[in-house]
Ligand binder design. Sequence first.
Ligand SMILES: Nc1ncnc2c1ncn2[C@@H]1O[C@H](COP(=O)(O)OP(=O)(O)OP(=O)(O)O)[C@@H](O)[C@H]1O
Length: 258
Amino acid sequence: MTDEPLLRARGLTKHYGERIGCADVSFDLYEGEVLAIVGESGSGKSTLLGLLANELPATAGEVLYRMRDGIVRDIASLSEPERRLLARTDWGYVRQDSREGLRMRVSAGANVGERLMALGERRYAGIRETALTWLDRVEIARNRIDDRPTDFSGGMRQRLQIARNLVTNPRLVFMDEPTSGLDVSVQARLLDLVRGLVADLGLAIVIVTHDLAVARLLSHRIVVMRRGRVVETGLTDQVLDDPRDAYSQLLVSSVLAA
Ligand SMILES: Nc1ncnc2c1ncn2[C@@H]1O[C@H](COP(=O)(O)OP(=O)(O)OP(=O)(O)O)[C@@H](O)[C@H]1O
């Protein structure tokens, strides 16, 4: 273990032509820490997540990541193979739309095994055994291993995405509104599962959500965005119970009033 941050965002800025996606965002993320990015629609949450996950090029600023070998790299300087390897091993990305995060035409088992195969694992029996273990962990019945995600409910698909991402023991997982569109009870089950995995595996998570209840339940720290800028950041309970910034106060109170 080390006290060094796992990831550092420094002055991250993204312009879409004249439009500002996000501007001058800086923070540190530590191992095992869950950071929620909240804000209303259009505040820049998805843009920031895209920059952090190296899926969008920044207009200015940088993301520094401490790789598994301990060396801190600017993610924009990674070669294409290095970038792909990082995205497949030490990082995960759980998408709002499971059709973007899963391969819908292959079985649940193949969805989970794919990243292992990409890392060179060729023993079919071993891959299947690991996939079964992960189906257990995300509470999908073992006899569904040969079924396709198209036959799964929304909640099961999100749990399968989680298994698919965690099979390589990533240290950092990005999540983009993972519970939106799910029924309340299904959401609660998913959040419970994620909480358990965070505790067991010491995962760091950056989660984008417009739902402050999700942020409250999962995150240690929170970043409040408005018009592409961070207006407030701090410990989740502190920000949600006693927001300093006028906009955060509005955001919190409008949810409370809802
Ligand atoms: N591809 C794009 N081209 C042009 N402008 C964009 C693009 N993507 C985002 N924007 C603009 O950047 C700003 C931030 O958008 P972003 O999608 O990051 O916000 P958000 O908080 O994730 O919103 P939502 O919750 O609706 O997804 C908005 O003004 C948006 O219109």
